[in-house]
Write a protein that binds this ligand. Structure first.
Ligand SMILES: N[C@@H](CCC(=O)N[C@@H](CS)C(=O)NCC(=O)O)C(=O)O
Length: 238
């Protein structure tokens, strides 16, 4: 594999990213939690570079470009696969439970998080109010399911931060923005989810992966899509 992007330099790991992508953010959180040095390069998904199309089978970010010890290079795609690879190859904090059954359950909840991201894509980009409301109900129901799963916290599995947390932290950052523009109401009556969301927002790895101006970038994205989500009563009144 010798099509690595021109931006790669000294680091053994390069995360090919997009500035808003929650799948990228989960991988960046896993890297930060493990204390693994890496480089990050953002690409324009509306104008994908040729080198990216050559090494990304699905044309999606994230990619993890890896320089191996013999000097050869390889590329991984799919955020969950990247997280699992990091867990298997890198030192630092363990992000999966050691017990196989618990680990398998965690993988299930990571998939559940990805299904929420698919719902969110429609929720944030639709121009149809009925579709927005239908997705809001789906999301509310999924977070109610999570509420029943959460124990004492602060994280999904208790005191230990795990890959499930890395998956959900970027999801909650969306709702920071949605709440600021009128309130989704999705977490009302879900105290454990609320507490989990707060704990994740304070985690340094999450802050670093998502970036300080995330809300502004997401707002600009919503405006570009002319999202009906922006037409909340409190926003139109402003
Ligand atoms: N299942 C993939 C999803 C990644 C994904 O959907 N990435 C989006 C950005 S958030 C993307 O690259 N979209 C570009 C495209 O579909 O053309 C993963 O977990 O890595």
């Amino acid at each position: 594999m010798d099509h690595l992007p021109p931006q790669i330099s000294g680091s053994a790991l390069l995360l090919v990213s997009h500035h808003l992508c929650p799948y990228v953010q989960r991988a960046a959180i896993a890297l930060a939690e493990k204390g693994v040095p890496f480089e990050r390069v953002n690409i324009d998904l509306a104008d994908k570079p040729r080198w990216f199309l050559e090494v990304s089978p699905l044309g999606k970010v994230p990619l993890l470009c890896i320089r191996l010890s013999d000097g050869s290079q390889d590329v991984l795609f799919e955020s969950s696969v990247i997280c699992e690879y990091l867990e298997e190859t890198q030192d630092g904090r363990r992000l999966h439970p050691s017990d196989p059954l618990t680990r398998a359950r965690h993988r299930g909840w990571m998939e559940f998080g990805s299904s929420i991201l698919s719902d969110l894509w429609v929720y944030e980009t639709t121009q149809d109010r009925a579709q927005l409301e239908a997705k809001r109900q789906v999301l509310a129901s999924k977070f109610a399911t999570i509420e029943a799963e959460l124990k004492d916290g602060p994280y999904f599995a208790g005191v230990d931060f795990s890959l499930v947390d890395a998956v959900f932290a970027p999801i909650f950052r969306y709702f920071d923005v949605f709440d600021a523009i009128g309130g989704s109401g999705i977490f009302a009556g879900l105290p454990r989810v609320q507490a989990w969301r707060t704990a994740l927002s304070e985690r340094p790895s999450v802050k670093a992966a998502v970036g300080p101006d995330y809300a502004d970038r997401l707002m600009a994205f919503l405006k570009r899509h002319d999202a009906v989500l922006l037409q909340q009563p409190s926003v139109s009144a402003a």
